[in-house]
Structure formats: structure tokens, C-alpha cells
Write a protein that binds this ligand. Sequence first.
Ligand code: CTP
Length: 414
Amino acid sequence: MNLRPTDKKMSSSLQGKKIVLGVSGGIAAYKAVELLRLMVREKAEVFVVMSANAGKFITPLTFESLSGNPVYHEVFGEQSSASMPHIRAAENADLLAVAPATAGAIGKMACGLADDALSNLYLAFRGPILMAPAMNDGMYANPAVQENISRMKQRGVEFIDPEEGELACGTVGQGRLAEPARILQAVQTRIGRDEDLKGLRILVTAGPTREPLDPVRYITNPSSGKMGYAVAGQARLRGAKVMLISGPTHLESPNGVKTIRCQQAGEMLALVNEHFPDCDVLVMVAAVGDFAADKVQKEKIKKKGESLDLKLMPTPDILMEVAKTKNRQMVVGFAAESQNVVQSAQEKLTRKNLDLIVANDISAPGIGFQSDSNQVTLIDKAGKIDSLPRLSKREIADILLDRIKDKSEFISEN
Ligand code: CTP
């Protein structure tokens, strides 16, 4: 591992970055407002540039108010590139993201035509470009549009494919603008925070496990996987090489993360055992079920109007098994507790031979399982206890990764 010293400050992934948000004239232009908000929340400085038709859907004033910067929307008016310093700033930004990109805007850009503020800026821009198309499904499938897209791809422009769904014109198909959160993720992957975890190989587990009783029933728990996916996604954004072993969840694999999916605790154990020797850090976020049916019934268990006795056996304790084999690796566990949170987590840290444990109180309402936020306490093996305020799971992931980066303090000697 070749890691730089810890930056203990909590930083946002786009802090200090300048982004041009290009908006072209389609009904999805209203979603650019949400995207702008997300970028600003990540502390990016955003300059909005609008096509001639974008103003028919949304006013420059909306973008101006939310970005805090003047909006470039006309070529032949009071605004001109010679006199407007913010246009120069936009040309020198770190990234141009066009969302929504209409068929017309893509066509012009592919051909190098410049007749409005956005197409002019596009041609002048030298940095990386992301395009998020949005249009009617027939237009998107049209060979002319597809040809324009592939020409731009060949020139290095990245496309965020539109999603399937109901379209403004009433049809259903592929053409909906990608969700703003997905576009933001693509932006972060391209120009996100410094790669301060470059060189680190991190293995993360996430989600619940699912133990079958018969062909149609199983035992599981309400874990959504959000915390583990946040750790994997943030680690990747910060330059680590990440492998995610995930129980059943509805979440998409974070960009650039190799994700292997499994169901049962036994399968997860085998996968963790297989990949543990090649990692520097294991972060075991998965809510592994503790019990499985002694015998899985081949046929569906029939109800007979009476009680049903099930014999459950303990599943393997993955963390405990794997931590026994650690040499140079750092092993991080999570603890779901409903009482004596810190004391119980400390006991787990010692019993399972961990370097660090993240304790959360699952009895507190509105946080934890399923939620986007959590309130946790970090406890290391030297006995240092750090209670964090309520934060988003992404923020918690970043603080945890800051600790992991500060490896000399936690890494095992044995
Ligand atoms: N864990 C594991 N294998 C299990 C159970 C848990 O690897 N069969 C891991 C979890 O991923 C977590 C840590 O152990 O990192 C603690 O999990 P938790 O559910 O809080 O504790 P348990 O060890 O299951 O103990 P208990 O349920 O009795 O609190």
C-alpha cells in the first residue's frame, strides 16, 4: 500500500471543481435543475450554458439563482465571449456535462455546427465531455442519431445512456434522461476527488443474506445494502481497487467496482475466503444472517393448520473465520446493536480480532436499515471511541475510509 497521509477534513467529491452544465431544449430540461443542485451540494462551482431552445422550457434565472453564476444563453446579445469573464471560466472548466442532450444538440455537436451558446461552448471546450441524451424513443433509435453518438464517442465523448420508461410524448421506450444521481455519479467518477486511496485493494461485503427454507420461502433481514455500496462506491471514487461481494439487493453496482452477487452466508464465506488473500482491507458491512434451516425442504412446505417446527442451525461467522487468517490485512466489522451499543461492539471487536468496528444502534428510529442516513460510533482496537453525528451513508463511508487510510494506527502487527 502506498497511501498519502490522512486528510481528516470531511470533503465533498467535487470540491474545488468547475463544471459546465449544458442544457438543451427538451422537456427533461427541468431535471437539469436537480442535477445542478446535486453538483452544488458536492461543492462544485457550476456554470450553466443553455441552447437557444432550452429557454422555452426553463429560464436562465432559475439556473442563475441556483448556481450563483451568470448563465450563458445567447451569442448575439448583451453576452459575448469577449466581454464575459464567466464564459472564459466555463471554457476552462474541468468538465462539460450536457443534460439533457436532445437529438438536435447531439446532431449539431457531431457535425461541428455552432449557432447558439451551447454549441459554441461545446466546440471551444477542451476538457472531458459527458452527454446525457433525452428524447423520444424512436428518435433515439434512429440510425442518424446513433451514428452521431458513435462519432462523438470515437472522439472521446462519454454518453450516459437514457433509461427505459414512460416518455413525455406518451410512449414507453428508451429515451428518458438518466436519473440526475446517475449523471452525478458519472461526473464524480470522471473528475471526483483526489485519488487518495490509489494503491489500496479493498474487499467490501454488503446487503443481507438469504437462507432458503423450501423452494418458495427463505429467512432474511431488512438490510438494503446502501451502507456497503456507499463504502465500495466512495473507495472507488477515491482511487482504490474495489471488489464488492453483495447479498441480494436492488442496488446497481457502483461505477468501476467489480461486484459478485450471492445469496447464502455459506456462499459469501467462500467468496470472501477466495478474495481475502488479495486485499489490503476487508470491510464486512453485510448483515449476514445468523441462522439457516437445518434441512432445506425440496418441496414446498404445506400448511396443515397447525404449528410448524423448524430447526435452525448457526451459519458460519464469516468475519471471525477470515480474521483468523489475516496477516498484513486490516479487518473492519460492523455491529448492529439494539442495547449497550458501544460495549457490545467492543466485545465483538475483541472476539472477532478486528482492527476497527462501526457500531450502530438499530433501535433508533429513522436511521440504519433501508435509510439513507445513519448515526454510528467508530471503535478501534486501541480503544479509541468516536461517536459521529447523524450523517448520510456516503459521508460515513468517507470518514471510515479516512480512518482506513490512516492505516498505521489500526493495521495488525500479526
Ligand atoms: N458477521 C459475519 N458472519 C455472520 C454474522 C455476522 O461475518 N454469520 C459480521 C457482520 O458482517 C458484521 C459483524 O460480523 O461485520 C457483526 O455482525 P452483527 O450482526 O452485529 O453481530 P453477530 O456477530 O451476528 O452477533 P449478534 O447477532 O449476536 O449481535
